[in-house]
Write a protein that binds this ligand. Structure first.
Ligand code: ADE
Length: 249
C-alpha cells in the first residue's frame, strides 16, 4: 500500500508531516508533496488547497506521478443534517457534487456522460476509517482535546456518522441553502468542497479512496466564524489521531 493523504488546509494536516520518517519534498504543480513513512505505511502527504479543481488536480498527480495505491482525504465540513453536530466525525459512504447541474440535458447532480450522480468510496478503507474514528472518540478524545476546547465548542459526546457527503465550489453559510441541499439529497450528512472531486478522479483511475470529515460548523449564517475557530484549534488533533490509528492498524 502507498497511501496518498490530502487535506485542503495546512491546519488540517499539522502533525502528520512532522510524524513522517525520512520525508522528502517535491514541488509539482505549485504543491508540495512529502513522501516518507507514517508509522507502518508508505505515505505521501499534500495540501490540495480549496475546491474541486484543486482537489482533482492533486488526486490525479498523487496517482499518476507518485504512484499511490489508495487516497485518504481528511479535513473539516459543514453539517448536512440537524442530527449532525459540531465535533462529530463523518465517514463518506457516497459523494455527490451538489453544484453539478446540467439540466435539462442531464438530471441534476449527474456528472455528464458518466451516468453517475453518486461516487462510492472504497468499502474496506472506509470501514477502517470509521473504526479508527470510533477508537479515537473512545480512547483519545478526552486526553487530546482539552477541557476548555470541549467546552468552547460544546463537544459533549461526539459521534461517528456514515452517509452522503456533498461537495461544491461554495462555502455554504446560509440556513436556507443547507436545508434545500438536505431535502434534495437524501442521507446528506456533510457539505464540503473537495471530496466528491477526489472520488470522481479515483473512480475514473480505479484507485480506492476514502473521505473523513470533522464537522466544524452548521453551514448556516454562523458558519464562517465557527469554521475559523474550529480549524485553528481542534481540527488537526482529530485528523492526526485518526490517521495515526489507520496507519498503525
Ligand atoms: N467546510 C467546512 N465547512 C464548510 C461549509 N459550511 N461549506 C463548505 N465547506 C465547508
Amino acid at each position: 500500500m502507498r497511501l496518498g493523504i490530502i487535506s485542503a488546509l495546512q491546519e488540517e494536516q499539522l502533525g502528520l508531516v512532522e510524524a513522517m520518517r525520512g520525508p522528502s519534498r517535491l514541488i509539482h504543480g505549485m504543491r508540495e508533496y512529502r513522501t516518507g513513512k507514517l508509522w507502518e505505511i508508505d505515505a505521501v502527504c499534500v495540501l490540495s488547497r480549496i475546491g474541486k479543481v484543486a482537489a482533482a488536480m492533486t488526486a490525479t498527480t498523487l496517482v499518476e506521478k507518485f504512484g499511490v495505491t489508495h487516497i485518504l482525504f481528511t479535513g473539516v465540513a459543514g453539517a448536512g443534517d440537524t442530527s449532525v453536530q459540531v465535533g462529530d466525525i463523518v465517514v463518506a459512504e457516497a459523494l455527490v457534487q451538489h453544484d453539478m447541474d446540467a439540466s435539462p440535458l442531464f438530471p441534476r447532480f449527474e456528472v455528464p456522460l458518466t451516468g453517475l450522480t453518486h461516487f462510492q468510496p472504497d468499502h474496506g478503507l472506509s470501514l477502517r476509517l470509521s473504526r479508527a474514528a470510533h477508537d479515537f472518540l473512545e480512547r483519545d478524545f478526552l486526553e487530546v482535546i482539552e477541557e476548555n476546547e470541549r467546552q468552547a465548542f460544546r463537544l459533549a459526546q461526539p459521534r461517528v456518522h456514515r452517509g452522503l457527503v456533498a461537495s461544491g465550489d461554495q462555502f455554504v453559510n446560509d440556513g436556507k441553502h443547507i436545508d434545500g441541499l438536505n431535502q434534495a439529497l437524501p442521507g446528506l450528512v456533510a457539505v464540503e468542497m473537495e471530496g466528491a472531486a477526489v472520488a470522481q478522479v479515483c473512480h475514473e483511475l480505479g484507485v480506492p479512496c476514502a473521505v473523513l470529515r470533522t464537522i466544524s460548523d452548521n453551514a448556516n449564517e454562523h458558519a464562517a466564524i465557527d469554521f475559523m475557530r474550529f480549524v485553528k484549534s481542534v481540527a488537526a488533533q482529530y485528523a492526526f489521531h485518526i490517521t495515526r490509528r489507520i496507519c498503525r492498524d
